[in-house]
Design a protein around this ligand. Sequence first.
Ligand code: IPM
Ligand code: MG
Length: 356
Amino acid sequence: MDFKCAVIKGDGIGPDIVDQAIKLLDIVGEKYGHSFSYEEVLAGGVAIDATGHPLPQETIDVCKKSDAVILGAVGGPQWDHLPGNLRPEVALLGLRSALGLYANLRPAVMYKELQAACPIKDEIIGQGLDIMVVRELTGGIYFGERGQGTGENGAYSYDTMMYSEKEVERIARNAFDIAMKRGKKLTSVDKANVLENSRLWRKVVLEVAKDYPEVELNHLYVDNAAMQLVINPKQFDTIVTGNMFGDILSDEASMITGSIGMLPSASLGEGKIGMYEPIHGSAPDIAGQDKANPIATVLSMAMMLRYSFDLEEEAKAIEKAVENVLAAGYRTGDIMSPGGKLVGTKEMGRLLCEQI
Ligand code: IPM
Ligand code: MG
């Protein structure tokens, strides 16, 4: 089969990690008889420098015509002074919205080989961790009405957290479907003790739950969820939550697994097209230095094969490659521990390719 991928390398370490992911995809293609074509487009800081806007229309058009979008990372200090509507991050939010990618899957898996990199005590984490965070991605406070002005107390600004019933329902269904394929346990995270919006969220989730009697559902307030992730992470199987809470909790969950450099993500909508990116940022401090960990991006490619291309065996081959390379002791700096063999981005990429 032929698959068309739009590629957004982005800023900082984006090009370093995406290059490795693409090399690996090509090897997978050769082995299993698929071809992947890549059309590179600009978004984020590099797009601002080249065109004056973080998300050029051409980028949206190319992405819409593709089977999937591969994204590295966007952002960097040189664009921090720009007004909110012209920052590199606008590209990410804009793409998610333009492609209707409302469901963000962020699996936090701890490999037993990386136990030494996990900041949590062995007796708490046990043999590993496998949590799926399902984050709503095109609504909530990141997309609500916002504004600023000046009043009697000086300047003010506001962002609005809004969810409609329909938005909560579709992400909840998604999460229940995923929970059904996993441990049949779903935790919905909200702040229903304070926020009106969270009370609606909870009501809708409870409504949807009636269609999934096999799934054990519980609700946690977000502050408690943040704490529970640290004191008892093993209680979680699938978590569903809104845009901002999911942003925060998925970073937390990733650090529990050892490094944010390990966590992939898939952003999905109604159709098959998805966007696949590591959950980490552009790490400008190590950009272009052959230091970044390409594994989160590589694992995002596995998710792309699985969710957009229906290539389960090929997806598993990538995941197995990651396990094997870790088991052989190879580590990038972020997951290094005593006894590990320190390698750079390219060497890690090469080792992964060798495993396919
Ligand atoms: C993420 C990032 C983005 C988000 C930023 C860069 C806009 O933090 O993908 O988690 O908040 O969604
Ligand atoms: Mg984030």
